[in-house]
Design a protein around this ligand. Structure first.
Ligand SMILES: [Mg+2]
Length: 274
């Protein structure tokens, strides 16, 4: 058996097809392991603040990140700040937050969510909406990386909520007709820029220049990142839903087992390459 193909690991709980894929990317000279957090590394919980990676996943990722030319990044819909906290990220760990709008390449090395022109659009939007929202008791504005959200959860009168939603739509369209608008439950979000996890992953790949990428995710928004992978990369879907991913695991526990397998495989490769 040559150095380029490690012996199969008979003790691995990972399915043989996935094990073979993991062994293949474990041989990459520089490997980027970019992973969604909630539902992929961390079981889904009611309060996002309580969310933490499974200890087995955490331990495997820490050990992987300590190997030579092995980069572990997190890619999430959470804000960068929330992702760094829940993900217990090292200060220099690459992170993609807000579905690709916020990208941190390393310590003190972040790409701003918006450029100066877009920041001016956000400021203009905010000054137009502030008096509209201030006129409705209970309503408030939350700043977002590339825009803002108008919240109406604490507005008691349903009629006042409807009037507020209508007013902010009209006012926002007056000041900027190129906004992305999302109506949610008790919230309307306005953004001057839209991005996907695919955009965020591409930014990491461009900067970090890995020879292969592993991406894993459980949600619809992860499909953009999975679709951004090249033929030599590996995408893993966590769960049963439809996906473009080449490989699949049923749940976060199986994902942690896959990472443990990847660690053992990469340790065998990097043992002689340090
Ligand atoms: Mg997720």
């Amino acid at each position: 058996m040559s150095d380029a193909s490690p012996a199969p690991d008979p003790g691995s709980p990972v399915a043989p097809e996935l094990a073979a894929e993991l062994d293949r990317i474990a041989a990459a000279r520089t490997l980027l392991i970019a992973l969604d957090f909630d539902g992929t590394l961390a079981p889904l919980v009611d309060d996002p603040d309580d969310s933490r990676a499974l200890p087995a996943a955490r331990t495997a990722l820490d050990a992987l990140a300590a190997l030579p030319r092995t980069i572990v990044a997190l890619v999430s819909g959470r804000s960068l700040e929330s992702l760094a906290r829940a993900g217990e990220a090292a200060d220099d760990q690459p992170l993609v937050g807000s579905h690709g709008l916020e990208v941190r390449f390393g310590a003190g090395d972040a790409r701003p969510a918006v450029d100066a022109a877009d920041a001016a659009r956000v400021a203009a939007l905010r000054s137009r909406l502030e008096p509209v929202v201030a006129a409705v008791p209970g309503a408030w504005i939350e700043p977002k990386p590339a825009g803002l959200a108008v919240h109406s959860r604490r507005v008691a009168d349903p009629g006042a909520v409807r009037a507020l939603v209508e007013s902010v739509h009209v006012a926002a369209a007056e000041v900027d007709d190129a906004l992305t608008v999302r109506d949610g439950r008790d919230v309307v979000e306005f953004a001057v820029r839209d991005a996907t996890k695919g955009d965020g992953l591409r930014a990491l790949v461009e900067r970090l220049a890995p020879d292969a990428v592993l991406f894993a995710g459980d949600d619809v928004t992860d499909e953009d990142a999975l679709a951004a992978l090249g033929p030599g990369d590996l995408g893993i879907k966590v769960g049963e839903a439809e996906s473009v991913a080449r490989a699949r695991v049923p749940d976060v526990e199986a994902m942690a087992a896959a990472l443990e397998h990847l660690l053992r495989s990469r340790e065998r490769f990097s043992g002689g390459a340090r």
